[in-house]
Design a protein around this ligand. Sequence first.
Ligand SMILES: NC(=O)c1ccc[n+]([C@@H]2O[C@H](COP(=O)([O-])OP(=O)(O)OC[C@H]3O[C@@H](n4cnc5c(N)ncnc54)[C@H](O)[C@@H]3O)[C@@H](O)[C@H]2O)c1
Ligand SMILES: [Zn+2]
Length: 363
Amino acid sequence: MEKLTFSLGNRSYPIIISSGLCNNICSLWHLKINDKALIVTNQTLGALYLDRLIKLMQTAKIQVDHIILPDGEQYKTLDTINKIINLLLKQLHDRNTTLIALGGGVVGDLTGFAASIYQRGIRFIQIPTTLLAQVDASIGGKTGVNHLLGKNMIGSFHQPTLVIIDTDFLISLPSREFNSGLSEIIKYGIILDSTFFQWIEENLHLLLALDTSKLIYCIRRCCELKSSLVSSDEYEIKNRALLNLGHTFGHAIEAYTGYGKWLHGEAVAAGIVMAVRTAERLGQFKSIEGNRIVKLLKRANLPIRGPLEMLPENYLPYMMRDKKTISGQLRLILPLTIGIAEIRHDVPNQLILEAINDCQNIH
Ligand SMILES: NC(=O)c1ccc[n+]([C@@H]2O[C@H](COP(=O)([O-])OP(=O)(O)OC[C@H]3O[C@@H](n4cnc5c(N)ncnc54)[C@H](O)[C@@H]3O)[C@@H](O)[C@H]2O)c1
Ligand SMILES: [Zn+2]
């Protein structure tokens, strides 16, 4: 079992990574006999894992309720938040209740947001079940829901009190979802750690084969890299923004195609290539490194270009609406070399359009 601490002063919390963890986890939860908890999950995870989790918690004499949400990014909305709040109120949950997110990034973002606003904020635990949530979404405290006009436009910063990562969940995860998580893993290598990027190049086949020790190492490294950025910049005033490599382009793809058609990691993969091409056009990134990135994304079975029907000019309106815009000027994360990236506010729209156009013909 690996344990790291997400450092944030008196809001620091443990991240526990192992395989088969959920079988003996209750002692680690800091929940006491008769404490109340509400598990938030969706139909898919509910069918697979909910009974087991409820039994574990009941054995530890925790009073546990649950809510099963419909599955899908299209349900990451204020309506769903309302359902969670209604249940909490109906079942007389007070400020001592702990919410438990059992699911991927969608369940995690919804649960965290509900926890941040219920009675001005209650505790919550993340049990991420997708690779993407295990390496990214479950840590760092960003919570929220989508609006018709933009992704993650309503939300808050609210840190969990504990993150429990069990690689066994990945066994039932569809491979398309697994690959989507690889996109964020590759992202960490590009923005922060060239040695890790090379490690991914060398070990990708073992990750794809669900090798437990490689998965644990990889998830741990991603959690460390994310923690290092977020601990020093929780509210994304400076370097936390580096984590958004590929996301401004990717969010445009997700919104244009309708949430759920393109998986988040797929859209981010295409977005990373667009950021790479933008950096190449600016003359700040070598095409030989760009080609290494494209090759790795392809090996991870990820898309390297956006949807065929989406023209370069379709991107900009969505990109301008992204939270990454400051005073109308797009904020882009661009690589300088593999392992180092920078935040830019001065890239002309015309150059961005040309870079997106470069990607239309890539294969
Ligand atoms: N808060 C953050 O910092 C942050 C970071 C990155 C992404 N996100 C958000 O996360 C969301 C994407 O998360 P995701 O990729 O985990 O998608 P997801 O939560 O939609 O899960 C993907 C699919 O896999 C299913 N699933 C999950 N775990 C499973 C398992 N173990 N076995 C079988 N099926 C399983 C889910 O039911 C769902 O159908 C997006 O909304 C994105 O905005 C948030
Ligand atoms: Zn992401």
